[in-house]
Write a protein that binds this ligand. Structure first.
Ligand SMILES: [Zn+2]
Ligand SMILES: [Zn+2]
Length: 146
């Protein structure tokens, strides 16, 4: 009986330790995490593209959607027309004629997977979680398109 209790206690402690480890890697990316954004930001063109860290925010261009499992396309100096819908995205991302739903927006960036599209203005910067997106950074060379 006592043994069980001790085991539970040890398990709890281990769990807490794991959780605090995870937190610390989010704040200070370890070597293995280099090349992956933390936090993952979508931003207008006042922010350069690259790998984000808490100290130097960058716009992520290596995104993938966990909902539709497609890579996220990025257009610089564009925004999505307001009537861009889920059906259009499903039929056109990534290789279709997306330009028909894109308008010019100085300094803006337009992002889309097959299920969601987002436009960000020049000076805006938002985390994917604040936007309610299930997008994650796949890491790697952010100067190259997906
Ligand atoms: Zn990234
Ligand atoms: Zn999606």
């Amino acid at each position: 009986m006592l043994e069980d209790e001790i085991e539970d206690l040890v398990n709890d402690l281990l769990e807490q330790e794991n959780q605090s480890n995870q937190k610390s890697t989010q704040i200070e990316p370890t070597h293995a995490d280099r090349g992956r954004c933390a936090p993952v930001l979508l931003a207008g063109m006042s922010l350069a593209c690259g790998v984000s860290t808490p100290k130097s925010p960058r716009c992520c261009t290596r995104l993938r959607c966990a909902s539709c499992d497609f890579g996220v396309v990025v257009f610089h100096g564009k925004r999505w027309l307001a009537n861009t819908d889920h059906l259009f995205l499903r039929n056109h991302v990534p290789d279709g004629n997306l330009k028909s739903q894109l308008a010019s927006e100085a300094g803006g960036r337009a992002f889309a997977c097959q299920c969601r599209c987002v436009s960000v203005r020049r000076n805006e910067s938002k985390t994917v979680s604040a936007l309610g997106l299930r997008w994650f950074c796949i890491g790697g060379d952010h100067s190259r398109p997906l």
